[in-house]
Each structure stands twice: as C-alpha cells, then as structure tokens.
Design a protein around this ligand. Structure first.
Ligand code: DON
Length: 581
C-alpha cells in the first residue's frame, strides 16, 4: 500500500518536473535509506574509507578489479587491523568480463602437528580459550599466497604499485577516526598482555584517541619485503622464519614446512538460479554458497512478495528453510581436500522437495526433531569488500582473522596479527564453537585441513551480466545476512542501500532461537510466530555488508547495457565507505 502511494507520487512528480530533478531528488526524498553512492565507471565498497580510496585510485590508474582487490586487501591489513590481514585467510569470487567465473581459496590450514583432540584435556574436555586465544589457535595464514596468486593470474599491475599505498599508510601512519578507535578499544585488555601488540596498538598503555596517528613501522617493513619478494618472503623467506619462530616459542605449531607447503586453491564457484537470476558464491571449504543456494531453492516456489515483507508467513518459511539448510551445513560439509562433499545431493530436487514437504504451515519445527541427514558418517573477525571495475570485472572478497584481531597475538618482529581460525573446526563433537555452531565429524581437525567457513563472497548475474556483488563478515550469520540481501533485492525490489539497511534476523538450527535486530519482526508477526512455537530474542546489530549493484539502484530499474554502479556500505559499522569514479 505504502509503496503504491510512493509509486503514484513518483508518477505525478515525473509528469510535473524535469526528469533530472526527479531522478535525483525522488530517491533522496522518498526512499527509506540514503541513496546508494552512484558512479559512472567503477565502484569500490570496503569496511574502511582509506582502503576504499586506495581501490578507487588503482582503478583510476587503469587497474582492474583484481588489482584493486589486492591493493585494498593490503591496505585493510594496515587501516583495519581487526580483520584486514596478512596473518589470516579468505576467499575471492571472480566474474571477469571475458566470461570467466572462478573462486580462490586461501583459507588458513591446520599445521602438520595439529590433531583432532589438540584442544581437549586428559578427561576429554575442551580447554577454555585454547582454540581462540594465543599461538595454538593459529592456522597457517593464506592471505599473502591468495593475493599473489590472484594478481599473477588475473591482475595486470606490479606488486611495486599495488603495495605502495599500504606501505605508505603503515609507515607514515593514518589519522584515527571514531570508528577506528572503537575497533581498537575492543581488544585493549589483550593488547596489554602482549608486549608486541601493546607497542603498536596502545599509546603509552592506553588506547588511541580520535585524531591521533597509528604508525606501524614493523608492518611497513614486512610489506616492503613482500613488495620485493612476493609470497617467497612470507612462506620461505625472512617473514616465514619470524612467523614460525614466534609460533613455536609461543606454544604454537607452525613450522617452516607448514609455511612452505601452503598453496592457494582454485575452484568453480557454487552456482544456482533464483527467480531468473544466477547466484555465484563460495564452494567448500566454505559452506556459504551451498547453504545460500539450498535455502533459495527451498523458498523459490513460495510467493514471498505476495505474503508481504517480514509477514509472519514469509518469515516462517524463511526460518524453516534456514533451519534445515544449517543442519546440512553443520553435518555434511568440510574441506574438499579431505571429504567428498555431497553437494549434488544437498541441492538435488529430491532433497529440496523432502525438506520443503517437512515444513508445517503454521508451526515451527523444533530443531531437535531435525535429525542430521543419513550422509553423516557416525564412526568474528572478518571483512568483506566488493569491487566492479570500468571493464566489467567483478571481485567479491571476504577475508578474516576469525575473531576481531584474531588470536590476539602477533608474529614477533613482523607487525602481523595472527588468526584464530582453528576454532572454526569441530573442536569436540557435541560442543559448540565461538559462533555457537554445533558442527560434525567431517569438520574435525586434521593436519593440513582447512576448517569449514561461512564466508560467502557472492556475485549475482542476469544472464552473463553482473548485476550485484556482495558479502559480509559475521561468522555463522554471514549466510543469513547475504541471503536476506538477495531476498530484499530479488523478491522485494529494494534498492541496494535499502536492502542492506533493512533490519535482519538469524537462525542457525542450534541454538533453536530466532535472533532479531530491532524492528526486524513487526510485533503482530512476532505474536503469531510465538504462537507457532518460535522463541525470538533481540539481537545486537550484526554483519557489515559491502555491496554494489550495476546498471540501476534496484533490480527493476536496471537498464540493459548501463554501466552505472551503485555502491552501498552497511551503516552498522562506522568506518567503511562506498566510492567510485
Ligand atoms: O570463516 C568463517 O566463517 C569465520 N571465521 C568468519 C568470522 C567472521 O566473520 C567474524 N566476523 N565478524
């Protein structure tokens, strides 16, 4: 009703005013959100405004999306140290203008010395914090390998050019704004305990204040070595030596051999159709693409639009689809190097129909009634950025240290913060991890294995044309956040900024609760859902989407052959920006 009123007003204004006046002011005046950032040629959206600028500069110099992604990733390691990294790992989904669709996996791997029970005591109990803090929590970092792999194979620029901005930001420092200071505040107690970190991230023992400059000389030197020697330095050279020395002397397991053996892997993205759009997303070792596609396939026959945005009925079917797909996530998926993932089965129409037919029209299915599929063999913090260049190449990249500032330890002498990705494994069957995920045997720790991820760098196509690039941090909530932006744009035709701003909900099978941001579920829908058996709990604001739409601000407005880009940065964090040229 409200949207019809807006439409009528819009038509009236269109008749009355000059077209430019309307198209400029109509969104600004009537849309629920700020208008997305618009640009003619190219767009970059990242979680830190200085890194966004670095990406735009690379594109202006004629670099492509991969060049920009490499420069942005190195810059974020400096200006967004909570999640941007050299000491972590991640994924990149690419759709190039020559038609190529690919996925790079530079996720951390378990060291050779890792074992299934490494975080348990003699009684078989999980030792608190061992998989989340300190050197034993650290997986072999993959970021530098991934960035060099991407640059050499799909980029066009030299390391000299692409690392320069990051080196300058580390060496001369950058002025901290309030969002940057909030971020450092999160880990201040841990910084106090780690001498290396304290020297860099604290100022005379206290957290930095707005307007002060964060200088990272050691990191600048490490970046310079990488600039000169590439991944050789990080995996076989001086940086490698410093990382393994620090790990072994700090109670970790990472040896020189672990580092020299590390390889980026390249896979075909997971692909599915939803209401005429083609979704490309992350394959295992991420669960993201499979689970997003599984949920969309369950939902496709339901008229979500007709049922109304966040009506009790539309939420009920979305939550039930999500609940069922997370059972499969947590029990069937793992590192493809160690496990034959039953993706065909999960996405088969038989399985999807079985799941759909088990949804009751007006009743929640208690999670404990959903038995993991017969395939089971019984025997936060992250950052995402999206880039579309002037040539039509799209790069969607999510990378992480896992927790905010990772394991809260540094590789001595390098300025590098190390991840705590080992906690994404099933540390003990029957116990949840940091994200409350109850995971299965296929994700147990093994030497050289990569832990199951939820990171979902995603690209949406109409035919062969890129129409959307998106992704987010948020641990287990990544999948449902990306899913809701897809539904908001595809089913409800929101513009890209509205789709990101809209309050979100989350469910992950276990715990059996619906987490809802404020206003995500209207009170009358909440009442109905509670009658149908749901437990609804308020949620903090989660996730930080970075998205781009190409050719129009909303899908229904996309003009064929238009290259105008619309960027949307999630307002839930106060450091990022969308910028283009
Ligand atoms: O790979 C994963 O699924 C997690 N390690 C991601 C962590 C994350 O998104 C943290 N951000 N808030």
């Amino acid at each position: 009703m409200y949207s019809m009123m807006l439409k009528k007003r819009y038509i009236f204004m269109k008749k009355t005013f000059h077209i430019f006046y309307v198209s400029f002011f109509c969104h600004a005046l009537w849309a629920a959100s700020l208008a997305p950032v618009q640009s003619q040629h190219a767009m970059v959206v990242t979680a830190q405004h200085l890194a966004t600028k670095v990406g735009v500069q690379v594109l202006k110099k004629g670099g492509n999306s991969v060049d920009a992604a490499v420069a942005v990733a190195y810059a974020l390691a400096v200006v967004y140290p909570a999640a941007g990294n050299l000491g972590g790992g991640g994924f990149m989904t690419l759709k190039l203008s020559n038609g190529l669709e690919t996925f790079l996996d530079f996720r951390e791997a378990a060291p050779l010395g890792a074992t299934a029970n490494m975080y348990l005591n003699e009684q078989g109990q999980v030792i608190k914090n061992l998989s989340t803090r300190g050197h034993l929590a650290v997986g072999i970092p993959g970021t530098v390998s991934g960035l060099e792999y991407a640059r050499k194979k799909y980029g066009t620029m030299t390391r000299q050019v692409l690392l320069e901005p990051a080196i300058a930001l580390a060496e001369k420092g950058f002025v901290l704004e309030s969002g940057d200071v909030d971020m450092l505040e999160v880990a201040k107690e841990d910084f106090k305990k780690d001498l290396e970190a304290a020297k860099i991230f604290l100022k005379d023992g206290r957290t930095f204040q707005v307007g002060e400059r964060l200088v990272q000389k050691q990191l600048a030197n490490t970046l310079k070595r990488i600039q000169q020697q590439g991944d050789f330095d990080f995996y076989k050279g001086q940086t490698a030596q410093l990382i393994s020395k620090s790990s072994l002397s700090g109670g970790g397991l990472i040896t020189q051999k672990d580092l020299s053996d590390y390889q980026t892997r390249e896979f075909k993205p997971i692909e599915c159709d939803y209401r005429g759009y083609r979704i490309l997303s992350a394959p295992p070792p991420s669960s993201g693409g499979v689970v997003i596609c599984e949920i969309l396939k369950i939902l496709e026959p339901y008229p979500l639009k007709e049922w109304g945005y966040h009506s009790a009925q539309s939420l009920h079917f979305q939550i039930e689809a999500i609940r069922r797909a997370y059972v499969d996530r947590n029990t069937l998926l793992g590192d493809p190097g160690f496990h034959d993932n039953p993706i065909e089965h999960i996405l088969s129409s038989t399985h999807i129909e079985n799941l759909r037919s088990s949804i009751k029209p007006e009743a929640a299915t208690p999670s404990k009634e959903l038995n993991p599929s017969s395939f089971v063999n019984e025997g936060e913090n992250t950052t995402h950025f999206s880039i579309v260049d002037q040539f039509g190449n799209a790069a969607s990249m999510t990378y992480t240290l896992n927790d905010w500032f990772g394991a809260r330890v540094m590789a001595k002498g390098t300025g590098i913060l190390l991840n705590n990705e080992m906690d994404d494994f099933t540390v003990k069957l029957g116990e949840v991890n940091h994200y409350q995920l109850l995971q299965g045997q296929v994700n147990q720790i093994r030497a050289s294995k990569r832990p199951l991820s939820s990171m979902s760098p995603t690209i949406v196509l109409n035919g062969n044309d890129v129409v959307m690039v998106l992704g987010t941090p948020g641990g287990s909530r990544i999948i449902t956040a990306v899913l809701q932006v897809l539904i908001n744009t595809i089913d409800y035709d929101m513009n890209i900024q509205e789709a990101i701003d809209a309050p979100r909900f989350h469910h992950q099978w276990i715990p059996d609760v619906v987490l809802a941001e404020e206003y995500a579920i209207p009170v009358d829908a909440q009442n109905k859902l509670k009658d149908w058996g749901y437990i609804i709990k308020p949620s903090r604001l989660a996730n930080h989407l970075a998205a781009i739409m190409v050719g129009g601000a909303r899908l229904s407005e996309i003009k064929p052959k238009s290259h105008v880009k619309f960027g949307a940065n999630d307002p839930r964090r106060n450091t990022g920006s969308a910028m283009g040229y």
